[in-house]
Design a binder for this molecule. Structure first.
Ligand SMILES: [Mg+2]
Length: 116
């Protein structure tokens, strides 16, 4: 069974509400090691976790998020228009981010590097 068919089958079996709950849960699972690693890097609110453990947890939860994106795209109401809209939003957000970074004053090298 290919991956797309597997996701569609599982999504059908558990139902859309459960898929949405799974996506929400995985989002929060990714947030935890990200916040923990940020604390470690800032040396704030000490934690027992190491950078390596946090990195491994982030990688695992990011993998779950990629899978969740496949589940979202498998929902009955997600169509080609949703995909195109999402791609348009991504481009727009990245463009605004680039503009903000350049306007807020970076080094010339960084600004040049960001031009795409
Ligand atoms: Mg997870």
């Amino acid at each position: 069974m290919d991956e797309c068919k597997l996701v569609n089958t599982v999504g059908y079996l558990i139902g859309e509400p459960a898929v949405l709950e799974m996506v929400a849960e995985e989002c929060s699972e990714l947030a935890h090691p990200c916040l923990k690693l940020a604390r470690i890097l800032r040396k704030e609110n000490p934690t027992n976790a190491s950078k390596i453990v946090c990195r491994d947890e982030i990688v695992e939860e990011a993998a779950d998020m990629f899978i969740c994106m496949e589940f979202l795209a498998s929902l009955s109401w997600w169509d080609e228009e949703c995909t195109k809209k999402m791609e348009r939003i991504i481009r727009e957000k990245l463009r605004r981010m680039r503009d903000r970074v350049i306007v807020d004053g970076m080094t010339k090298e960084a600004s040049a590097w960001l031009k795409f």
